[in-house]
Design a protein around this ligand. Structure first.
Ligand code: SF4
Length: 481
Protein backbone atom coordinates (compact mmCIF):
# COMPACT_ATOMS: atom_id res chain seq x y z
CA UNK A 1 0.00 0.00 0.00
CA UNK A 2 1.56 3.26 -1.15
CA UNK A 3 0.26 5.88 1.26
CA UNK A 4 -1.93 4.93 4.20
CA UNK A 5 -2.81 8.60 4.81
CA UNK A 6 -3.68 9.38 1.17
CA UNK A 7 -7.40 9.83 1.83
CA UNK A 8 -6.51 12.45 4.47
CA UNK A 9 -3.65 14.14 2.67
CA UNK A 10 -5.09 14.45 -0.85
CA UNK A 11 -8.35 16.07 -1.90
CA UNK A 12 -10.46 14.61 -4.68
CA UNK A 13 -9.82 16.43 -7.97
CA UNK A 14 -12.26 15.82 -10.83
CA UNK A 15 -11.65 16.12 -14.54
CA UNK A 16 -12.11 19.72 -15.61
CA UNK A 17 -15.15 20.33 -17.79
CA UNK A 18 -15.39 22.96 -20.49
CA UNK A 19 -17.79 25.75 -19.57
CA UNK A 20 -21.40 24.81 -20.42
CA UNK A 21 -21.94 27.66 -22.88
CA UNK A 22 -18.71 26.80 -24.69
CA UNK A 23 -19.20 23.08 -24.91
CA UNK A 24 -22.71 23.26 -26.40
CA UNK A 25 -21.17 24.80 -29.53
CA UNK A 26 -20.26 21.32 -30.74
CA UNK A 27 -20.86 17.63 -30.07
CA UNK A 28 -17.38 16.77 -28.82
CA UNK A 29 -16.42 15.20 -25.47
CA UNK A 30 -15.81 18.07 -23.06
CA UNK A 31 -14.03 16.58 -20.03
CA UNK A 32 -10.36 17.33 -19.78
CA UNK A 33 -8.32 14.56 -18.15
CA UNK A 34 -5.80 15.38 -15.43
CA UNK A 35 -2.08 15.04 -16.05
CA UNK A 36 -0.59 11.62 -15.33
CA UNK A 37 1.04 12.96 -12.17
CA UNK A 38 -2.22 14.50 -10.90
CA UNK A 39 -4.08 11.24 -11.57
CA UNK A 40 -1.42 9.25 -9.71
CA UNK A 41 -2.19 11.31 -6.61
CA UNK A 42 -5.89 10.51 -7.02
CA UNK A 43 -4.97 6.82 -6.95
CA UNK A 44 -3.27 7.48 -3.61
CA UNK A 45 -6.61 8.45 -2.01
CA UNK A 46 -7.66 4.77 -1.98
CA UNK A 47 -7.57 3.32 1.54
CA UNK A 48 -7.16 -0.32 0.43
CA UNK A 49 -10.05 -1.24 2.72
CA UNK A 50 -10.11 -4.67 4.30
CA UNK A 51 -13.52 -5.24 2.72
CA UNK A 52 -13.52 -3.20 -0.46
CA UNK A 53 -17.22 -2.52 -1.15
CA UNK A 54 -16.29 -0.65 -4.35
CA UNK A 55 -15.69 -3.99 -6.07
CA UNK A 56 -18.48 -6.04 -4.46
CA UNK A 57 -20.61 -6.38 -7.61
CA UNK A 58 -23.83 -7.09 -5.72
CA UNK A 59 -27.45 -6.02 -5.96
CA UNK A 60 -29.40 -5.30 -2.78
CA UNK A 61 -32.79 -3.58 -2.62
CA UNK A 62 -32.64 -3.23 -6.42
CA UNK A 63 -29.50 -1.10 -6.13
CA UNK A 64 -25.89 -1.86 -6.97
CA UNK A 65 -23.21 -2.26 -4.36
CA UNK A 66 -19.89 -1.65 -6.05
CA UNK A 67 -18.70 -2.42 -9.55
CA UNK A 68 -20.76 -5.07 -11.38
CA UNK A 69 -17.60 -6.25 -13.18
CA UNK A 70 -15.79 -6.63 -9.85
CA UNK A 71 -12.94 -4.54 -11.20
CA UNK A 72 -9.87 -4.88 -8.96
CA UNK A 73 -10.18 -1.24 -8.00
CA UNK A 74 -7.93 -0.93 -4.91
CA UNK A 75 -5.14 -2.75 -6.75
CA UNK A 76 -5.11 -0.49 -9.79
CA UNK A 77 -5.59 2.62 -7.67
CA UNK A 78 -2.43 1.72 -5.78
CA UNK A 79 -0.53 0.81 -8.94
CA UNK A 80 -1.16 4.19 -10.55
CA UNK A 81 -0.20 5.91 -7.29
CA UNK A 82 3.13 4.11 -7.60
CA UNK A 83 3.41 5.13 -11.27
CA UNK A 84 3.08 1.51 -12.44
CA UNK A 85 0.66 2.26 -15.28
CA UNK A 86 1.28 -0.86 -17.36
CA UNK A 87 0.62 -3.15 -14.40
CA UNK A 88 -2.48 -1.10 -13.57
CA UNK A 89 -3.73 -1.66 -17.13
CA UNK A 90 -3.03 -5.41 -16.85
CA UNK A 91 -5.10 -5.62 -13.63
CA UNK A 92 -7.94 -3.60 -15.18
CA UNK A 93 -7.89 -5.75 -18.32
CA UNK A 94 -8.44 -8.89 -16.23
CA UNK A 95 -12.04 -7.95 -15.48
CA UNK A 96 -13.07 -5.26 -17.96
CA UNK A 97 -12.56 -5.70 -21.71
CA UNK A 98 -13.79 -2.17 -22.54
CA UNK A 99 -12.73 0.33 -19.83
CA UNK A 100 -12.78 3.11 -22.41
CA UNK A 101 -16.59 2.71 -22.56
CA UNK A 102 -17.25 2.37 -18.83
CA UNK A 103 -14.68 5.09 -18.03
CA UNK A 104 -16.93 7.42 -20.04
CA UNK A 105 -20.53 6.27 -19.63
CA UNK A 106 -20.74 4.28 -16.40
CA UNK A 107 -22.61 6.06 -13.57
CA UNK A 108 -19.95 4.60 -11.26
CA UNK A 109 -21.87 2.73 -8.56
CA UNK A 110 -18.37 1.82 -7.32
CA UNK A 111 -17.89 5.41 -6.14
CA UNK A 112 -21.14 5.40 -4.13
CA UNK A 113 -19.89 2.27 -2.33
CA UNK A 114 -16.38 3.65 -1.66
CA UNK A 115 -15.67 3.91 2.08
CA UNK A 116 -14.41 7.49 1.59
CA UNK A 117 -17.95 8.36 0.38
CA UNK A 118 -19.45 7.64 3.82
CA UNK A 119 -18.54 11.09 5.02
CA UNK A 120 -16.64 12.75 2.19
CA UNK A 121 -15.66 12.54 -1.46
CA UNK A 122 -15.12 9.05 -2.88
CA UNK A 123 -11.97 8.05 -4.68
CA UNK A 124 -12.21 9.14 -8.33
CA UNK A 125 -12.47 5.53 -9.48
CA UNK A 126 -14.12 6.18 -12.84
CA UNK A 127 -11.59 8.84 -13.81
CA UNK A 128 -8.74 6.58 -12.70
CA UNK A 129 -10.16 3.85 -14.93
CA UNK A 130 -10.42 6.26 -17.87
CA UNK A 131 -6.83 7.43 -17.32
CA UNK A 132 -5.47 3.85 -17.15
CA UNK A 133 -7.05 2.76 -20.42
CA UNK A 134 -6.34 5.96 -22.35
CA UNK A 135 -2.73 5.80 -21.18
CA UNK A 136 -2.60 2.13 -22.25
CA UNK A 137 -3.71 3.09 -25.76
CA UNK A 138 -1.23 5.96 -25.85
CA UNK A 139 1.72 3.92 -24.61
CA UNK A 140 0.74 0.88 -26.71
CA UNK A 141 0.37 -1.46 -23.75
CA UNK A 142 -2.53 -3.26 -25.43
CA UNK A 143 -1.33 -6.50 -27.01
CA UNK A 144 -3.57 -8.33 -29.48
CA UNK A 145 -3.09 -11.93 -30.46
CA UNK A 146 -5.29 -14.40 -32.31
CA UNK A 147 -6.13 -17.29 -29.97
CA UNK A 148 -5.93 -20.93 -31.13
CA UNK A 149 -9.28 -21.99 -32.53
CA UNK A 150 -11.31 -24.69 -30.77
CA UNK A 151 -13.20 -25.76 -33.91
CA UNK A 152 -16.58 -24.18 -33.03
CA UNK A 153 -18.21 -21.24 -34.83
CA UNK A 154 -20.56 -18.82 -33.06
CA UNK A 155 -22.81 -16.14 -34.55
CA UNK A 156 -23.64 -13.15 -32.39
CA UNK A 157 -26.68 -11.09 -33.31
CA UNK A 158 -26.30 -7.50 -32.11
CA UNK A 159 -23.12 -5.49 -31.54
CA UNK A 160 -23.95 -3.46 -28.44
CA UNK A 161 -21.89 -3.80 -25.25
CA UNK A 162 -23.22 -7.31 -24.48
CA UNK A 163 -22.58 -8.59 -28.02
CA UNK A 164 -19.08 -7.10 -28.12
CA UNK A 165 -18.20 -8.48 -24.66
CA UNK A 166 -19.58 -11.93 -25.48
CA UNK A 167 -17.70 -11.94 -28.80
CA UNK A 168 -14.50 -10.81 -27.10
CA UNK A 169 -14.60 -13.62 -24.54
CA UNK A 170 -15.74 -16.32 -27.00
CA UNK A 171 -12.88 -15.34 -29.27
CA UNK A 172 -10.46 -15.55 -26.33
CA UNK A 173 -11.82 -19.04 -25.63
CA UNK A 174 -11.04 -20.16 -29.18
CA UNK A 175 -14.43 -19.83 -30.93
CA UNK A 176 -14.57 -18.42 -34.46
CA UNK A 177 -16.86 -15.43 -33.90
CA UNK A 178 -18.99 -13.52 -36.39
CA UNK A 179 -21.02 -10.53 -35.18
CA UNK A 180 -24.11 -9.45 -37.15
CA UNK A 181 -25.44 -5.91 -36.76
CA UNK A 182 -28.61 -4.67 -38.44
CA UNK A 183 -27.56 -1.04 -38.35
CA UNK A 184 -24.96 0.45 -40.68
CA UNK A 185 -22.35 0.78 -37.91
CA UNK A 186 -21.08 -1.42 -35.08
CA UNK A 187 -21.84 -0.54 -31.45
CA UNK A 188 -25.63 -0.79 -30.93
CA UNK A 189 -26.71 1.70 -28.27
CA UNK A 190 -23.08 2.76 -27.77
CA UNK A 191 -23.04 4.01 -31.34
CA UNK A 192 -26.51 5.51 -31.76
CA UNK A 193 -28.08 5.67 -28.28
CA UNK A 194 -25.36 7.68 -26.52
CA UNK A 195 -24.33 11.04 -27.98
CA UNK A 196 -20.77 11.94 -28.92
CA UNK A 197 -20.37 14.29 -25.95
CA UNK A 198 -20.35 11.24 -23.71
CA UNK A 199 -18.75 8.75 -26.06
CA UNK A 200 -17.06 9.89 -29.25
CA UNK A 201 -17.60 7.33 -31.97
CA UNK A 202 -13.89 7.08 -32.78
CA UNK A 203 -13.54 5.41 -29.36
CA UNK A 204 -15.87 2.58 -30.48
CA UNK A 205 -14.17 2.25 -33.85
CA UNK A 206 -10.76 2.06 -32.17
CA UNK A 207 -11.93 -0.94 -30.11
CA UNK A 208 -13.67 -2.60 -33.06
CA UNK A 209 -10.41 -2.46 -35.03
CA UNK A 210 -8.67 -4.34 -32.18
CA UNK A 211 -11.46 -6.92 -32.07
CA UNK A 212 -11.10 -7.43 -35.83
CA UNK A 213 -7.35 -7.91 -35.44
CA UNK A 214 -7.99 -10.53 -32.77
CA UNK A 215 -10.02 -12.53 -35.30
CA UNK A 216 -13.66 -11.43 -34.89
CA UNK A 217 -15.63 -10.84 -38.09
CA UNK A 218 -18.24 -8.09 -38.29
CA UNK A 219 -21.19 -7.83 -40.67
CA UNK A 220 -23.08 -4.51 -40.69
CA UNK A 221 -26.50 -3.78 -42.24
CA UNK A 222 -27.35 -7.46 -41.75
CA UNK A 223 -30.80 -7.84 -40.24
CA UNK A 224 -31.83 -11.32 -39.08
CA UNK A 225 -35.46 -10.41 -39.62
CA UNK A 226 -36.99 -13.61 -40.99
CA UNK A 227 -37.29 -17.29 -40.17
CA UNK A 228 -35.18 -18.12 -43.25
CA UNK A 229 -32.28 -15.93 -42.10
CA UNK A 230 -32.49 -17.28 -38.55
CA UNK A 231 -32.47 -20.87 -39.85
CA UNK A 232 -29.48 -20.13 -42.05
CA UNK A 233 -27.52 -18.85 -39.04
CA UNK A 234 -28.45 -21.96 -37.07
CA UNK A 235 -27.32 -24.14 -39.98
CA UNK A 236 -24.05 -22.28 -40.62
CA UNK A 237 -22.94 -21.94 -36.99
CA UNK A 238 -22.59 -24.22 -33.98
CA UNK A 239 -24.53 -21.73 -31.90
CA UNK A 240 -26.20 -18.32 -32.00
CA UNK A 241 -26.12 -15.66 -29.26
CA UNK A 242 -28.90 -13.08 -29.24
CA UNK A 243 -27.62 -9.74 -27.93
CA UNK A 244 -30.33 -7.70 -29.53
CA UNK A 245 -31.01 -5.37 -26.59
CA UNK A 246 -34.29 -4.29 -25.08
CA UNK A 247 -35.21 -2.28 -28.11
CA UNK A 248 -38.97 -1.98 -27.61
CA UNK A 249 -39.34 1.62 -26.40
CA UNK A 250 -42.14 2.35 -23.91
CA UNK A 251 -44.85 4.37 -25.60
CA UNK A 252 -47.37 6.85 -24.23
CA UNK A 253 -50.63 5.84 -25.87
CA UNK A 254 -52.80 8.79 -24.97
CA UNK A 255 -55.03 11.02 -27.09
CA UNK A 256 -53.08 12.76 -29.87
CA UNK A 257 -50.20 10.23 -30.00
CA UNK A 258 -50.44 10.12 -33.81
CA UNK A 259 -49.51 13.82 -34.15
CA UNK A 260 -46.26 14.66 -35.93
CA UNK A 261 -43.13 15.60 -33.96
CA UNK A 262 -43.80 13.17 -31.13
CA UNK A 263 -41.03 10.59 -31.21
CA UNK A 264 -39.00 8.16 -29.15
CA UNK A 265 -35.88 9.65 -27.56
CA UNK A 266 -33.69 6.91 -29.00
CA UNK A 267 -34.84 7.78 -32.55
CA UNK A 268 -34.06 11.46 -31.93
CA UNK A 269 -30.56 10.60 -30.66
CA UNK A 270 -29.95 8.15 -33.52
CA UNK A 271 -30.94 10.72 -36.16
CA UNK A 272 -28.52 13.23 -34.70
CA UNK A 273 -25.53 10.89 -34.43
CA UNK A 274 -26.19 9.49 -37.89
CA UNK A 275 -26.30 12.97 -39.33
CA UNK A 276 -23.03 13.88 -37.61
CA UNK A 277 -21.35 10.74 -38.94
CA UNK A 278 -22.78 10.83 -42.48
CA UNK A 279 -22.91 14.57 -43.14
CA UNK A 280 -20.56 15.98 -40.52
CA UNK A 281 -23.47 18.18 -39.40
CA UNK A 282 -26.08 17.72 -36.70
CA UNK A 283 -29.74 17.13 -37.38
CA UNK A 284 -31.78 20.27 -36.68
CA UNK A 285 -35.15 18.88 -35.66
CA UNK A 286 -35.11 20.74 -32.32
CA UNK A 287 -33.97 24.06 -33.78
CA UNK A 288 -36.16 26.97 -32.58
CA UNK A 289 -38.62 24.51 -31.03
CA UNK A 290 -40.16 24.26 -27.59
CA UNK A 291 -38.98 20.78 -26.67
CA UNK A 292 -40.69 18.64 -24.05
CA UNK A 293 -38.91 15.50 -22.86
CA UNK A 294 -41.00 12.98 -20.96
CA UNK A 295 -38.89 10.71 -18.74
CA UNK A 296 -36.09 11.12 -16.24
CA UNK A 297 -33.24 8.71 -16.97
CA UNK A 298 -29.84 9.16 -18.61
CA UNK A 299 -31.42 9.13 -22.09
CA UNK A 300 -33.57 12.13 -21.19
CA UNK A 301 -30.42 14.01 -20.12
CA UNK A 302 -28.80 13.11 -23.44
CA UNK A 303 -31.89 14.47 -25.23
CA UNK A 304 -31.62 17.75 -23.31
CA UNK A 305 -27.95 18.04 -24.32
CA UNK A 306 -28.60 17.25 -27.99
CA UNK A 307 -31.68 19.51 -28.25
CA UNK A 308 -29.63 22.36 -26.75
CA UNK A 309 -26.86 21.86 -29.28
CA UNK A 310 -29.43 21.80 -32.11
CA UNK A 311 -30.67 25.22 -30.94
CA UNK A 312 -33.95 24.48 -29.09
CA UNK A 313 -35.93 27.60 -28.12
CA UNK A 314 -36.90 26.08 -24.77
CA UNK A 315 -36.62 22.72 -23.06
CA UNK A 316 -38.82 21.18 -20.37
CA UNK A 317 -38.44 17.77 -18.80
CA UNK A 318 -41.36 16.05 -17.12
CA UNK A 319 -40.78 13.50 -14.38
CA UNK A 320 -43.45 11.48 -12.62
CA UNK A 321 -41.37 11.17 -9.44
CA UNK A 322 -40.85 13.86 -6.83
CA UNK A 323 -37.51 15.66 -6.62
CA UNK A 324 -34.95 13.32 -5.05
CA UNK A 325 -33.52 14.05 -1.60
CA UNK A 326 -30.22 15.91 -1.36
CA UNK A 327 -28.75 13.29 0.97
CA UNK A 328 -29.20 9.56 1.41
CA UNK A 329 -32.39 8.68 3.27
CA UNK A 330 -32.99 5.84 5.68
CA UNK A 331 -33.97 3.23 3.09
CA UNK A 332 -30.98 4.04 0.85
CA UNK A 333 -27.98 3.61 3.15
CA UNK A 334 -24.31 3.31 2.18
CA UNK A 335 -22.97 1.17 0.45
CA UNK A 336 -26.00 1.00 -1.90
CA UNK A 337 -25.89 3.13 -5.03
CA UNK A 338 -27.00 6.57 -3.85
CA UNK A 339 -30.48 7.60 -4.96
CA UNK A 340 -30.03 11.34 -4.49
CA UNK A 341 -30.62 14.56 -6.40
CA UNK A 342 -27.98 15.33 -9.00
CA UNK A 343 -27.66 17.56 -12.02
CA UNK A 344 -26.10 15.69 -14.93
CA UNK A 345 -24.26 17.37 -17.80
CA UNK A 346 -27.20 18.18 -20.12
CA UNK A 347 -29.27 19.63 -17.27
CA UNK A 348 -26.28 21.68 -16.11
CA UNK A 349 -25.94 23.08 -19.64
CA UNK A 350 -29.67 23.86 -19.87
CA UNK A 351 -29.47 25.81 -16.59
CA UNK A 352 -26.54 27.83 -18.01
CA UNK A 353 -28.43 28.62 -21.25
CA UNK A 354 -32.00 29.20 -20.02
CA UNK A 355 -31.13 30.46 -16.53
CA UNK A 356 -33.39 27.92 -14.82
CA UNK A 357 -33.74 24.24 -14.11
CA UNK A 358 -35.75 22.62 -16.90
CA UNK A 359 -37.05 19.77 -14.71
CA UNK A 360 -40.71 19.67 -13.66
CA UNK A 361 -41.58 17.01 -11.13
CA UNK A 362 -44.67 14.92 -10.48
CA UNK A 363 -46.26 15.54 -13.86
CA UNK A 364 -48.68 13.15 -15.53
CA UNK A 365 -49.07 13.75 -19.28
CA UNK A 366 -52.74 13.26 -20.15
CA UNK A 367 -53.18 14.37 -23.76
CA UNK A 368 -51.17 15.57 -26.76
CA UNK A 369 -52.74 18.58 -28.46
CA UNK A 370 -52.13 19.43 -32.12
CA UNK A 371 -52.79 21.78 -35.01
CA UNK A 372 -52.71 20.77 -38.69
CA UNK A 373 -51.40 17.35 -37.72
CA UNK A 374 -48.41 18.66 -35.72
CA UNK A 375 -48.14 18.62 -31.93
CA UNK A 376 -48.49 21.99 -30.24
CA UNK A 377 -48.45 21.00 -26.58
CA UNK A 378 -49.77 18.71 -23.88
CA UNK A 379 -52.24 18.71 -21.05
CA UNK A 380 -50.61 17.41 -17.88
CA UNK A 381 -51.80 17.01 -14.29
CA UNK A 382 -49.89 17.17 -11.04
CA UNK A 383 -49.22 14.06 -8.97
CA UNK A 384 -48.82 13.61 -5.23
CA UNK A 385 -47.42 10.70 -3.19
CA UNK A 386 -49.96 8.90 -1.07
CA UNK A 387 -49.88 5.77 1.04
CA UNK A 388 -52.36 3.23 -0.28
CA UNK A 389 -52.38 -0.22 1.37
CA UNK A 390 -49.08 0.72 3.12
CA UNK A 391 -47.42 1.42 -0.24
CA UNK A 392 -46.44 4.89 -1.47
CA UNK A 393 -47.96 5.51 -4.90
CA UNK A 394 -48.44 8.45 -7.28
CA UNK A 395 -51.96 9.85 -7.21
CA UNK A 396 -53.30 12.45 -9.65
CA UNK A 397 -54.43 15.72 -8.06
CA UNK A 398 -57.97 16.52 -9.19
CA UNK A 399 -58.46 19.62 -11.39
CA UNK A 400 -54.70 20.23 -11.68
CA UNK A 401 -54.51 19.76 -15.45
CA UNK A 402 -52.71 22.57 -17.33
CA UNK A 403 -51.58 23.20 -20.89
CA UNK A 404 -47.83 23.15 -21.64
CA UNK A 405 -46.62 24.41 -25.01
CA UNK A 406 -44.33 22.07 -26.97
CA UNK A 407 -43.77 21.48 -30.67
CA UNK A 408 -41.30 18.62 -30.32
CA UNK A 409 -41.96 15.86 -27.79
CA UNK A 410 -39.42 13.17 -26.98
CA UNK A 411 -40.53 10.03 -25.16
CA UNK A 412 -37.69 8.87 -22.90
CA UNK A 413 -39.53 6.46 -20.62
CA UNK A 414 -37.28 3.46 -21.10
CA UNK A 415 -37.72 0.14 -22.84
CA UNK A 416 -40.12 -2.70 -22.25
CA UNK A 417 -38.25 -5.73 -23.51
CA UNK A 418 -37.22 -7.56 -26.64
CA UNK A 419 -38.75 -7.29 -30.06
CA UNK A 420 -41.46 -9.89 -30.56
CA UNK A 421 -40.20 -11.00 -34.01
CA UNK A 422 -37.31 -12.78 -32.29
CA UNK A 423 -39.80 -15.18 -30.71
CA UNK A 424 -41.15 -16.46 -33.99
CA UNK A 425 -38.00 -16.12 -36.11
CA UNK A 426 -35.89 -18.13 -33.66
CA UNK A 427 -38.72 -20.13 -32.06
CA UNK A 428 -37.74 -19.22 -28.48
CA UNK A 429 -39.67 -18.41 -25.32
CA UNK A 430 -39.93 -15.01 -23.59
CA UNK A 431 -40.60 -14.35 -19.90
CA UNK A 432 -43.48 -12.33 -18.46
CA UNK A 433 -41.48 -9.08 -18.82
CA UNK A 434 -40.98 -9.69 -22.53
CA UNK A 435 -37.30 -10.59 -22.11
CA UNK A 436 -35.77 -13.71 -23.65
CA UNK A 437 -36.17 -16.60 -21.23
CA UNK A 438 -32.86 -18.28 -20.40
CA UNK A 439 -31.42 -20.90 -18.13
CA UNK A 440 -27.70 -20.31 -17.58
CA UNK A 441 -27.81 -18.11 -20.74
CA UNK A 442 -29.34 -20.91 -22.85
CA UNK A 443 -32.75 -20.16 -24.36
CA UNK A 444 -35.56 -22.67 -24.88
CA UNK A 445 -33.70 -23.67 -28.10
CA UNK A 446 -30.51 -25.52 -27.19
CA UNK A 447 -28.34 -23.93 -29.92
CA UNK A 448 -29.43 -20.40 -29.04
CA UNK A 449 -28.10 -18.30 -26.15
CA UNK A 450 -28.95 -14.77 -25.05
CA UNK A 451 -27.34 -12.05 -22.97
CA UNK A 452 -27.49 -8.34 -22.18
CA UNK A 453 -30.66 -6.27 -22.19
CA UNK A 454 -32.43 -8.83 -24.43
CA UNK A 455 -32.26 -11.24 -21.47
CA UNK A 456 -32.13 -8.94 -18.41
CA UNK A 457 -34.26 -6.01 -19.56
CA UNK A 458 -32.87 -2.49 -19.76
CA UNK A 459 -29.66 -2.18 -17.71
CA UNK A 460 -26.44 -0.20 -17.45
CA UNK A 461 -23.67 -0.70 -20.03
CA UNK A 462 -21.47 -2.19 -17.31
CA UNK A 463 -24.08 -4.90 -16.59
CA UNK A 464 -24.39 -5.67 -20.30
CA UNK A 465 -20.62 -6.18 -20.50
CA UNK A 466 -20.67 -8.44 -17.46
CA UNK A 467 -23.58 -10.44 -18.89
CA UNK A 468 -21.82 -10.85 -22.24
CA UNK A 469 -18.66 -12.18 -20.57
CA UNK A 470 -20.57 -14.61 -18.37
CA UNK A 471 -22.67 -15.83 -21.28
CA UNK A 472 -19.49 -16.67 -23.20
CA UNK A 473 -18.11 -18.63 -20.22
CA UNK A 474 -21.37 -20.54 -20.00
CA UNK A 475 -21.33 -21.31 -23.76
CA UNK A 476 -17.80 -22.66 -23.41
CA UNK A 477 -18.92 -24.96 -20.59
CA UNK A 478 -21.89 -26.17 -22.61
CA UNK A 479 -19.53 -27.29 -25.42
CA UNK A 480 -16.48 -28.47 -23.53
CA UNK A 481 -17.21 -29.18 -19.86
S1 SF4 B 1 -17.05 -0.08 -14.61
FE1 SF4 B 1 -18.33 1.47 -13.59
S2 SF4 B 1 -18.69 0.60 -11.56
FE2 SF4 B 1 -16.95 -0.55 -12.45
S3 SF4 B 1 -15.10 0.55 -11.74
FE3 SF4 B 1 -15.65 1.41 -13.73
S4 SF4 B 1 -16.91 3.21 -13.24
FE4 SF4 B 1 -16.86 1.91 -11.40
Amino acid sequence: MGNIRGFLDFKRVNFKKLDSKQRIKNFKEFSQALSKEEQEIQGGRCMNCGVAFCQAGLIEENKEIGCPLRNLIPEWNDLIYKGLWEQAYERLDLTNPFPEFTGRVCPAPCEDSCVCAINGASVSIKNNEFAIIENAFKEKFIKISKPNLNGKKMAIVGSGPAGLACGYRLNELGFKVSIFERSDRIGGLLMYGIPDMKLEKSVINRRVELLKKSGIEFHCSYDINSKEKANKLLKDYDGVVLCTGASKAIDLNIKGRNLKNIMFAVDFLTMNTKSLLDKNAPNDLAKNKDVLIIGSGDTSVDCVAVALRQGAKSITRFERSPKRPLKRVQNNPWPLKADIFSTDYGLEEAIAVYGKDVRMYQKLTKEFVGENGFVKGVYASDLKREAINSKMVNVEIANSSKFYKADLILLAMGFSGSENELKSNFNIKFDEKNNILTNDYQTSHKKIFACGDARMGQALVVWAIKDGLECANSIYKSFFA
